[in-house]
Every structure is written in C-alpha cells, then in structure tokens.
Write a protein that binds this ligand. Structure first.
Ligand code: NAD
Length: 523
C-alpha cells in the first residue's frame, strides 16, 4: 500500500474542546489537523426557543398541499446540487473521506431523496380507504397527519446524508425539523442551513440546526419535540430511547451494524473480492453497513482471501484534498481509531493473522485483512466501524447463516453466489433489516425501500413509504354512510331482550358448527 500523501497529528474536535462546559466547537480536518472553523454550542434555553419557533413555522407548512411542499424542497435540492463542489470539499475536509465518497455517498443520495419525495410523497400520504367487514354501514379512511416538530440527532460518519435525508422526509410529511449534528462534524450542517436560508420559499424557522455535544442532544429531547430520529451508536441509542420513553415521544433508532458477507461455494471470486474490498474499506470502513465479517465457504475461501489481499495492495490512500485519484481517505474520529486497534490486538492474541494492514499513520489507518478469525474474537462479534475485514472459513452455507445470525446486531447483510435463487433463500434466513445479493451498500441509496435494523441495530424504518408515513400519526376517520337513526341498537338502554339477541348474533357469527346450524340458532 502506498503511504498516505499527507499525515499530520490529529486531535478530535470533541477532545479539543470538551473541558467542562464548552461554549464552542472547534472542527478540525482529520487528514491534516488544520482547524477548519468553529461553531457556538447552543444553550439549553436556545434549544427550547428553537423548538418553539419551529413549532410555529410548522403550522403554516402543514397547511400547504404536499405537492407544494415537495416542489419547494426541490429548490433546496437544486441549491445543494448547484453548490455541490463547495459541499464536497467541506465534507472531505471535515470528515476525511475522499471527494468521490462525498459526492456519491452524501450529495447524490440527498438529491435523490428530494426527487423521490417530489414524485411519490403525495400519493403515499394520500388518505387510504379502509375496507370494513361487519360495519358496512359506515365508511372509514386513514389520514396521515404530520407529527409536528421532529428532532433529528445524527452521527459523524455521513454527516450530510444522515442528517438531510431524514430531514427531507420529515419536511415532506409536513413537519418542522430541529437537527443536532455530531460535534465531530458540525460545519457541513452549518453550511446546509446557510443554503436553506438562502433558498427562496423555504421558511427559515422550519428547518433549524442546534450545535453541541451529547448534552445538546438530550436538551433537544427534553424540549419535547413530537418525534425523535436518532442515528448513532447502540449505547447512546438506549439513552435516547429511555429519554423518549419517559416523555412518551415516538422515536426511530438507526444504530450500529455488523454486516456479514456470506461467500457461497459458487461465488464469482473476482466480483466477490471486489465487493469485499469496496464494502469493507469505503469511508475507511466507517459505515453502519460496511462488510464487517466474511464467512467464506471452504471451496472459495483461500482464493478469495488471496484476491482480496491483492486488491488491497492496489488501494491508494491519502489526504482527499490533494488528489482525486485516491481510494481511501483518513478516519474521522481518533477515538474510533483506538477501537480499531483494540480489535486487531484482541484478534491477534487469539490466533488471527494480519494478512495486510494493521498499521496507522496519524488518522490514516491502513486497510486491514485478518485471516483465521472466529467468534471468540471481538472483531467478529462487536461493531468495528473502521477499515478491518476479518475472514472466517466455513464448511457449509448453513454454518455461514448460523454465524451470520449469531449477533446482537442486524442491520445489513450480503450474500454472493452465482445462483440467484439460492441467494434469495439465504437472504430470507438471515436476520437483518436488509439483505443484498451480489452487491454492497446499494440498498441505502434506494429511497424507495425501507431501511433499518432488527435486534440492537434499531427500531423503526427510514426511507420508502414506511419511512415517510412514520413521520405522521395515522388518524382513522369514520363516517356514517346512510343517514342515522335516533340511536344504534348497541347504545343504551341495555335490556334483557337485547342481550339475548346479541348472544345469538355472537354465536351465529363466531361459533362452531355449520353455517346452516348457526343461522338456525339465530332465528
Ligand atoms: P454516537 O452515538 O456517539 O453519537 C450520535 C449523536 O448522538 C451525536 O450527534 C451525539 O452528539 C449525540 N448524543 C450523544 N449523547 C447523547 C445523548 N445522551 N442524548 C442525545 N444525543 C446524544 O454515534 P457516532 O459515534 O456519532 O456514530 C457512530 C455510530 O453510529 C456507529 O455505531 C454506527 O453504526 C452508527 N450509525 C448507524 C447508522 C444507521 O443508519 N443505522 C448510520 C450511521 C451510523
């Protein structure tokens, strides 16, 4: 692996400023250590005032037809695309990812979400008729009512798309949004807010950004928004869920992942190896749906491992701002580098072999492949969130599925096979929110399909009709069809005679025996 083009000491923004209560966050470029800018930390009172002003802005926004709302959100999309290079550069500087990744994984999917919503939100949120069984004398439909103010709390690995994707869904559904981005990457969301404010037709208070550490996130929940969407780690997610539980605020939790990749005995070696390398090392492995463990059938294991090691030696790593001909950038957050090093030390102590990588220069961690791994090692059981791909040899696909499901997490999973039918069968047996056959990552970019986890990977779904409707509460509206009588037979007064009639009706409707007998009993 060629050495990084530029390596300098890095101190995370969090460490640089967390000393008691900080009044501002300093954001640094992880590749160079350069200070990029500062944002003030929002006080508790400011957070409360922000939620209150967002609530006022939401009332008028919710009255607009959905088509008008999504048309205005398209203007925001256009402004983002027009200023795409500015965003890409800031993202790569603040986060350490390559400019390809900033464009393709951050700007592109945000633009796609806005486009999807403009085409489909009105239909998805249109009232749905309910077909009634017994009560044919009434009509019923479901109305999707915006919840009000949605608090979005987001992480640092994809600061742009994981903040604005949910924001666009929430706004299209008629809500206001107060966003609390990660303290590690505050500037790019400050930029997004600047673009929002500069776009005609978008009420300033409808989308607002509060900045700060975890305390600001909990202040935001304490300000009693109507829904919380949290994306981040499992431990923080549990704290957020507890706060929401105490206040009875509905929440969606998008938490950690431990995506298995099952390489079947008939898998195409070249495509699978390239899928593993891209799936394991894109964004320096800091993706909740990164390939975090490979279960390779004994028939293909050795060839696949060799090819992966060979491909890794071709990867070019360096400061994203120095060249566009780079595959891997810097890791974002120094605490995450420590996690990666601990996994490698644990795996080596338990018998794993480092086939390539395992070293760091500043925030540049060399893409690392570990062979001979098993479930005694943390690298196979706990989230890595960094550039390590551990390999484990399995004797059968059943064994691979059993290991894949032996996890407290269940976000994404991957199957590589030449037999699509087999791919589908395996996909259906793996416990995960999404399973992709013969590809990696693509499902997240599909705004049409729901995304989320099972087990400790989270609760709820974003994207697709399910995700959009989750930003609404469902109101059942029930109306008479034929005009009304003075009273319904089920209303007061209760009488002995009426009771006997109802008793017969219950037996006729739900009792055993033939239809003829039950009808006879009724008479
Ligand atoms: P994190 O949990 O440390 O922080 C996430 C956000 O929560 C930050 O904005 C942080 O300031 C805020 N926060 C911290 N404490 C809080 C509290 N007590 N109350 C409210 N907010 C609080 O996560 P991170 O390190 O930023 O992100 C990495 C994690 O995110 C990984 O585990 C990764 O798998 C997960 N992730 C999940 C998805 C998904 O879609 N499922 C996507 C990306 C990342």
């Amino acid at each position: 692996m060629p050495s990084p083009t530029q390596v300098t000491r890095f101190t995370s923004s969090a460490e640089a400023t967390v000393s008691g209560v900080s009044s501002q966050i300093e954001s640094r470029n992880p590749a160079t250590g350069e200070v990029l800018g500062r944002v003030p930390v929002s006080s508790t009172e400011e957070v409360r005032a922000t939620v209150a002003s967002a609530r006022r802005a939401q009332e008028a926004w919710a009255l607009l037809p959905i088509e008008e709302r999504t048309a205005r959100l398209l203007r925001f999309r256009n402004a983002i695309v027009d200023r795409g290079e500015e965003i890409v550069e800031l993202l790569s500087q603040e986060n350490g990812k390559t400019r390809h990744e900033s464009l393709l994984f951050e700007v592109f999917p945000v633009a796609e979400v806005a486009t999807y919503l403009s085409k489909h939100a009105a239909e998805i949120l249109s009232p749905q008729r309910v077909t009634l069984g017994l009560a044919k004398y009434r009509t019923a439909y479901l109305q999707y009512v915006p919840r009000g103010v949605v608090a979005i709390i987001s992480p640092w690995n994809f600061p742009f798309v994981l903040s604005l994707g949910d924001t666009l869904f929430a706004l299209a559904a008629g809500n206001a949004v107060v966003l609390k981005p990660s303290e590690v990457t505050p500037l790019v969301l400050a930029k997004a807010k600047e673009i929002w404010d500069a776009t005609a037709g978008l009420p300033r208070d409808l989308f607002q950004v509060v900045q700060g550490y975890g305390k600001t996130g909990s202040d935001l929940i304490d300000a009693q928004p109507d829904m919380v969407v949290f994306t981040g780690g499992v431990a923080t997610g549990k704290r957020v869920a507890a706060m929401c539980g105490e206040r009875l605020i509905p929440c969606t939790l998008e938490l950690g992942g431990k995506a298995p990749l099952i390489a079947c005995e008939d898998a195409d070696i070249e495509r699978t190896a390239r899928g593993i390398v891209f799936g394991g090392f894109a964004n320096s492995g800091q993706i909740c749906i990164s390939v975090e463990r490979v279960y390779a059938h004994a028939q293909v294991h050795d060839r696949l491992l060799e090819r992966v090691v060979g491909l890794v030696s071709e990867l070019r790593q360096g400061d994203p701002m120095t060249s566009l001909d780079l595959d891997v950038g810097a890791m974002t957050f120094d605490k995450q580098v420590d996690v990666v090093e601990k996994h490698i030390a644990d795996a080596k102590a338990k018998g794993a072999v480092v086939r390539t990588g395992g070293t760091r220069k500043g925030m540049f961690f060399a893409p690392t492949v570990l062979a001979g791994c098993n479930h005694d090692m943390t690298v196979m059981t706990e989230e890595i969130f960094g550039p390590i791909v551990p390999f484990m040899k399995v004797a059968s696909e059943d064994e691979a599925i059993a290991h894949a499901n032996d996890s407290h997490l269940g976000l994404n999973a991957y199957v590589f096979t030449a037999d699509r039918e087999k791919g589908r069968r395996i996909a259906e047996r793996v416990l995960a929110g999404s399973v992709v056959v013969n590809d990696v990552f693509v499902n997240y970019a599909m705004a049409e399909a729901p995304f989320g986890g099972v087990k400790q990977s989270g609760i709820g779904r974003v994207h697709g009709p399910e995700g959009l409707r989750s930003f609404c509460h469902v109101k059942h509206v029930n109306v008479d069809r034929f005009g009304t009588m003075d009273r319904e037979p089920t209303w007061y007064p209760f009488t002995k005679g009426a009771y006997g009639g109802f008793q017969k009706a219950v037996r006729a409707l739900f009792g055993g025996g033939s239809l003829a007998k039950r009808l006879g009993d009724l008479l």
